[in-house]
Design a protein. Structure first.
Lengths: 305, 137
């Protein structure tokens, strides 16, 4: 695999393979600690994303490799007016692999044409963020030991949240998946994705407006933040905001083996009181992000251990 | 109204009524110094109304662009007053350097000298998407 732009660049078999490698890394970290010795990862972050950047950098360090890069466009030559294409072509002369975050959609496609080394899209605007989806898939796998036959609830801002769009696209490829979209009218899951990804393939889904309606049947609850600025008026926001805050009370009717996920950062949409619930998977999810990125770097550098 | 036959050149027939001027502009037919006739709303048994463009010279026409602009067009090559070749254009797989991506968040809005490129993603619905940001054309 030369580049990773979009989660659908990966086949289901390739995702299975990455998950298997990530599981082996978790079980035997010492086996991988020098796997990328003398290899260099460049993290080109044209907009800040501390969490994603540190996850990539930790992944490379734990493989014994080295990291160079920048964390915002202001400290790169793009501030002097250099084109993305030229920046990436130059960095491709130094590094063995590039993880790139850029505010413009499709920027990694431009980079991939000129870099000469593998490019990983670490987020391009509101477009794609495939390593977040890989993180989510590994988390679901680790919690359930399967990626099929699951009822997945997605809650919060389903209109603008790229992580949920991408996760639905990825999970729709497995059998026996049912989706429950939990969102206010203003932030409903986009109709065009429902048509393209679900209705065209006969995948069942339902849309509800409260968590209570869905909770008992869920295997996975994927929470996202309802942002105030998405509402037309403050009254609607105030009316709805508590509806989409997960509290211990709301979890009473839930399954004992529910997995609660969140891409983080959290603001107030999951009560801190839920953190100690064994079903809370959002911090392990962040850790899984590092392991799956380790597996991805190995695959893209064609390193076998 | 009748427009005479051409001896040598190209006739673009079965253009969707009202679309000829757009094709004329995109193919830059205004830059030719030969006779070019643009016929609007001609009667057509098959289409009801259609447009026709007659060009009294031989030139290379980008059939991909023409296919994107109007996939029903017939291209007739005329030699000595006879149709010697007839081609039916189709929706091309790619459209390169003709239309621009409208998405202000697309990398094409800022990257210098980038060629706008679209790929056909749904032939039945005639959907083209930007190869960078996947916005519909």
């Amino acid at each position: 695999m030369k580049n990773l732009m979009n989660i659908t660049d990966l086949t289901v078999e390739e995702i299975d393979e990455l998950i298997a490698v990530a599981e082996d890394i978790i079980a035997n970290p010492e086996k991988y600690q020098d796997a990328c010795r003398h290899k260099l990862l460049a993290t080109l972050f044209f907009e800040p994303s501390t969490r994603t950047r540190l996850s990539f950098e930790s992944a490379m360090h734990r493989l014994g490799g080295a990291v160079v890069g920048f964390s915002e466009a202001g400290s790169s030559s793009s501030a002097k007016g250099e084109s993305l294409s030229d920046t990436v072509q130059t960095v491709g002369c130094y590094a063995d692999i590039i993880a790139m975050r850029h505010p413009k959609e499709g920027a990694p496609v431009v980079a991939a044409r000129r870099a000469g080394v593998p490019i990983i899209n670490a987020g391009d605007g509101a477009h794609n963020h495939p390593t977040q989806t890989l993180t989510d898939l590994l988390t679901i796998w680790r919690a359930k030991k399967r990626l099929n036959n699951l009822t997945i609830g997605l809650c919060g801002d389903l209109k603008f949240g790229r992580t949920v769009h991408s996760l639905v696209g990825a999970m729709a490829r497995y059998s026996g998946i049912k989706f429950v979209f939990i969102a206010p009218e203003e932030l409903k899951f986009p109709r065009y994705i429902i048509e393209d990804e679900l209705e065209s393939r006969g995948i069942p889904y339902k849309e509800v407006t409260t968590m209570e309606e869905a909770m008992p049947e869920l295997d996975i609850l994927y929470m996202t933040r309802v942002q105030k600025e998405r509402f037309f008026n403050e009254a609607d926001y105030i009316r709805l905001k508590d509806t989409y805050i997960l509290t211990p009370d709301k979890l009473i009717p839930a399954k004992k083996d529910l997995a609660i996920m969140h891409p983080l950062p959290r603001v107030n949409e999951i009560s801190v009181a839920v953190d100690d619930d064994p079903r809370a998977m959002y911090f392990p999810q962040a850790k899984n992000g590092m392991f799956i990125r380790m597996a991805l770097i190995l695959k893209m550098l064609e390193v076998t251990v | 109204m009748r427009i005479g036959h051409i001896e040598n050149g190209i006739v673009l027939d079965h253009i969707t009524a009202g679309n000829a001027m757009n094709i004329y502009n995109v193919l830059k037919l205004g830059e030719l110094d030969c006779t070019v006739a643009l016929i609007k709303n001609a009667d057509s048994p098959k289409m009801g109304k259609k447009d026709i463009i007659k060009i009294s010279t031989h030139m290379d026409i980008d059939l991909d662009i023409l296919g994107y602009l109007d996939p029903g067009v017939t291209v007739n090559i005329i030699h000595d007053g006879e149709v010697v070749e007839q081609r039916h254009v189709e929706l091309p797989e790619k459209v390169v350097g003709v239309i621009k991506c409208k998405n202000p968040r697309c990398i094409t809005s800022v990257e210098r000298e980038i060629v706008h490129e679209f790929k056909l993603t749904d032939r039945t619905k005639k959907v083209y998407r930007c190869i960078y940001c996947e916005q519909k054309a």
